[in-house]
Every structure is written in structure tokens, then in C-alpha cells.
Design a binder for this molecule. Structure first.
Ligand code: PEP
Ligand code: MN
Length: 264
């Protein structure tokens, strides 16, 4: 990509601490749950508060998100805590609603990155936005699909573009929910050295006891940030219960991580 330097510069220009930390529940469940977690994360290293409101579930019959009402809860989060907000968008209607409600960071989920039509629809809906837009890797280990999504979004003049590495599904049973295949993230970084690279240890691990080690590996590989699912009552979360950590545990993880800056 010709002007890939511009891609990274926006992160430096925003003058955010390193690493960038995005945390919050897998799903917004109730207004109380969303606000309770946000208040716990208020005075921590967290920069962006995440909550999924449209949940793309692989199989039907699971909780599919609270929908647009959750955007009002995210607005309250911003008013009450000052945290910036983040949610997943999977079509044009989601983008329009999220922009109307001033969500600060929009990400494209792994099940959307596999579809060039959906990626293009989202790119068109986001044309020229100054919001932060992050693209998760596709569910399958296909670098071209991930690169293609970056190219589509970049062509839509989205200046604050980055990617999230959330691991890849596999038929094999492994200790991970989604195998990291770090070399794919590294390959993407090699192609676009200036594109901010965020790691999502939650969806890679699928279980909370692996989050620290995956996060440490990411920082050792010079990732720019982490997205960690956080919930006040993880075991009773309505989605991804096994992988979410409490706000207290998140703080501990952040304190224990060895942070390595590129300049070190
Ligand atoms: C999520 O972030 O909650 C999510 C659905 O992630 P992914 O798209 O990586 O599966
Ligand atoms: Mn999740």
C-alpha cells in the first residue's frame, strides 16, 4: 500500500499510551451491566470501552445482542466515565446507527471479514470517516481475505485504520479456541508496517487462564495494543463466559505485563 506510513501515524498523533487497551464485555447485556463494568474500568489503563450489541453467533439459538438500544448505553458510558466507546458493525445499517450515536471505534468482526461484499458495504458506509476502524482477521487463516479488507477500507479514505489479530479456527482440538498462527499477523505487519496491530487474546484463548501469556507474546512481538473481554461476573456472561476476566484481573494483567516499546 503506497501511503501506509499515514496509517500508523494516526495512532502516534492521538498520543495514546502504549499499548492501546480496549476492554469491556463481549456483549452488552443490560444498561446496569454495561455501566457497572465501565465504572470499574474508568481509572485504569483502558482507553476504549468495547461492548458487542449485534452479536454474530455461529449457531442460531444463542443470545444475538441487545441491538440499537445498546448504543444509548454506550453514550451513557461516555458521559459518565469519559471512556471512548467501541462496537462491532456488520452491515450498513449498523454503521449508520453507530455513527449517529457517536461511537468512537468501530470494528469488523471475524465472520464479516470473510465476505468481500459485506466488507465493501461497510467500507462504502464508512467512506471518509474520522472514527477509528479496526478489521479483525477472518475466521479462517486466509491472509488474502484480511489484506483485501484492509485495501477496501483504505480505499474508502478511512484514515484511522488498524487490524485486530483474534486467531483462526481449526478442526483440530488445541488448547486455544482459535489458534494464533502468529506468522499471519507478522506477515500482515511486514506488508503494512505502519498499520496499528492489536491483539485479541480473549478470542484466541477461549479461556481466561491463557489471556496473560497470549498478551505477553503479543507485546513481545511489538503489537500496538490489546483487546480484552472484561465482565464483572464472567461466569454468568451471556456470551463468551469462559474467556472473560474481571476488571480487577484486567488491572493485574496490565500491571504484570512486560511492556516493550519499539525503541527499547
Ligand atoms: C467479539 O469481539 O466479541 C467477537 C464476536 O469476536 P470475533 O469476531 O473475533 O469472533
Ligand atoms: Mn466475544
Amino acid at each position: 500500500m503506497e501511503n501506509s506510513t499515514q496509517l500508523r501515524k494516526w495512532l502516534d498523533d492521538m498520543d495514546l499510551p502504549h499499548p492501546l487497551v480496549i476492554a469491556g464485555p463481549c456483549s452488552a447485556e443490560t444498561e446496569e451491566q454495561v455501566l457497572e463494568i465501565a465504572h470499574e474500568l474508568k481509572d485504569t489503563d483502558v482507553n476504549y470501552y468495547r461492548a458487542g450489541i449485534w452479536k454474530p453467533r455461529t449457531r442460531p439459538g444463542n443470545f444475538e445482542g441487545v441491538g440499537a438500544i445498546g448504543l444509548k448505553w454506550l453514550q451513557k458510558v461516555k458521559e459518565e466515565t469519559g471512556l471512548k466507546t467501541a462496537t462491532e458493525v456488520a452491515n450498513r445499517a449498523h454503521v449508520d446507527l453507530a455513527l449517529e450515536h457517536d461511537v468512537d471505534l468501530l470494528w469488523i468482526g471475524a465472520r464479516s471479514t470473510v465476505s468481500p461484499f459485506i466488507v465493501q458495504e461497510i467500507a462504502d458506509a464508512l467512506e471518509g470517516t474520522d472514527k477509528v476502524v479496526l478489521i479483525k482477521n477472518p475466521v479462517n487463516p486466509d491472509l488474502s481475505l484480511w489484506l483485501g479488507a484492509v485495501e477496501r477500507l483504505h480505499s474508502a479514505n478511512i484514515g484511522k485504520l488498524g487490524v485486530i489479530h483474534r486467531g483462526f479456527s481449526t478442526y483440530e482440538k488445541t488448547k486455544y479456541r482459535n489458534i494464533p498462527e502468529w506468522q499471519l499477523a507478522i506477515e500482515l505487519q511486514t506488508r503494512f508496517p505502519d498499520l496499528p496491530l492489536i491483539n485479541d487474546p480473549s478470542h484466541i484463548s477461549g479461556r481466561r487462564d491463557l489471556i496473560f501469556d497470549v498478551s505477553q507474546t503479543a507485546l513481545d512481538l511489538n503489537f500496538d495494543g490489546l483487546m480484552i473481554e472484561t465482565h464483572c461476573d464472567p461466569d454468568n456472561a451471556w456470551s463468551d463466559a469462559a474467556q472473560q476476566v474481571t476488571p480487577a484481573r484486567l488491572v493485574q494483567i496490565m500491571n504484570d505485563l512486560r511492556i516493550r516499546k519499539e525503541t527499547d
